[in-house]
Design a protein around this ligand. Structure first.
Ligand SMILES: Cc1ncc(COP(=O)(O)O)c(C=O)c1O
Length: 389
């Protein structure tokens, strides 16, 4: 059976060049980068080179990069780190964070946790395309606001948020700006200096690197209180022996992303547009998210009268991997909080499916997916009580 992976927003295949770069660091150069002998120094030098490659992709400096165990951990270290530091300096008088309603659970749950600890959090709404309402963000600002955390691009509907405007608002009001760039990294150019971003979380497995490794950009001068205590690695912000092969893989993935950015974006955009054009030929099908301000690899649709999970299973039977929500939450049968935030009622939300393409997706894959989806939707509608044309 033909197999097509249309779920690159959940994870990606490790690039062959990334794997080749990693392999020697499992057995040949296995030293602990904290050791001062030759074995340690070899690992340490390689980690430093990776740090530079991650920094280069963001227009940051290498001493502004902390390696983590993934995107979730990077978000936690950033948000809790800023929050606890703020509380230490200013006491506990109504400290306030602004975020959005459509964040990934890595940010939403961290904010909910901080609410339980006495922090105030405003969840700013989004418009029908998933774009954060900037007027409401500005209205939410108070003298107690110390952090704005808004994702760079949404993991479900692919909408890219107005980073430049949010960065400007944060800077003008002397508030720290954190962004979860896990989905955006490698798919759109990111310049942390130009966008006034103080903290940025990224994850390697969404950009053709290995799982279980990520990074946090911390602008020079931003102070965080550590939430992981131990031997003091990564400037005391993420204690634990470094995952050297993973870090080498992330560095290589960043180097490739930088080299290939324009080529990848052009290729993915043209495939994505072909996918969207063909899928929208299906009667009563609609594109979710913003038509232009969206990730080059994301297409998210809703189909009237069809149930998303049934679509996913029927597509799976044809060898096609898709998703009805973010991979992390798609096993729960709750309607997505993102689709609820853009105004979908549960019936609409449950009739949605995400197709996300990647470097290895071909035009032939796209056409196979479009034909299969058309058949699946038609068949499911024949059985659907919600479809009575
Ligand atoms: C926007 C976003 N943030 C954070 C994460 C979590 O990243 P990780 O799997 O590396 O912890 C994901 C993963 O799906 C994501 O899409």
């Amino acid at each position: 059976m033909k197999k097509v992976f249309m779920d690159h927003a959940s994870t990606t295949k490790v690039d062959d060049e990334v794997l080749d770069a990693m392999l020697p660091y499992f057995s040949k150069y296995f030293g602990n980068p904290s050791s001062i002998h030759l074995f340690g120094r070899e690992a340490h030098d390689a980690v430093d080179l990776s740090r530079r490659k991650v920094a280069d992709l963001l227009n940051a400096k290498e001493d502004e990069i902390i390696f983590t165990a993934g995107g979730t951990e990077a978000d936690n270290i950033a948000i809790k780190g800023v929050a606890y530091k703020h509380k230490e300096k200013r006491g506990s008088k109504g400290p306030h964070i602004i975020t959005s309603e459509i964040e990934h659970p890595a940010v939403l749950q961290t904010c909910k946790h901080l609410e339980e600890e006495g922090f105030e959090v405003t969840y700013v709404p989004v418009d029908e395309y998933g774009i954060v309402k900037l007027d409401e963000l500005e209205t939410a600002l108070s003298e107690n606001t110390f952090l704005i955390t808004i994702m760079f691009a949404n993991n479900e509907i692919g909408t890219i948020e107005p980073m430049e405007e949010i960065g400007k608002i944060a800077k003008e009001n002397n508030i720290l700006f954190h962004t979860d760039a896990v989905q955006a990294i490698g798919k759109t150019p990111i310049d942390v200096k130009k966008l006034h971003i103080d903290l940025l979380a990224l994850s390697s497995h969404k950009m053709y690197g290995p799982k279980g490794v990520g990074a946090l950009y911390v602008r020079k001068g931003v102070q965080l209180k550590p939430i992981v205590h131990g031997g003091g690695h990564e400037k005391g912000l993420r204690s634990s022996t470094l995952n050297v092969p993973g870090i080498i893989g992330l560095g290589k993935a960043c180097e490739l992303a930088k080299e290939r950015m324009q080529k990848d974006m052009k290729y993915l955009r043209s495939l994505r547009d072909k996918l969207i054009k063909n899928v929208l030929q299906i009667e009563e099908s609609y594109l979710n998210g913003h038509p232009e301000k969206r990730l080059v690899n994301n297409a998210h649709f809703r189909f009237v009268g069809v149930e998303g999970e049934a679509m996913l299973l029927a597509m799976d039977a044809k060898g096609i991997a898709t998703s009805t929500g973010s991979a992390c939450s798609s096993k729960k049968l709750q309607a997505s909080h993102v689709l609820a935030a853009i105004g979908f009622d549960p019936e609409y939300a449950h009739g949605s499916i995400r197709l996300s393409i990647g470097r290895e997706t071909t035009e032939e894959d796209v056409m196979y997916v479009c034909e299969s989806l058309s058949e699946v939707v038609e068949k499911l509608r024949q059985m659907s009580p919600l479809w009575n044309r």
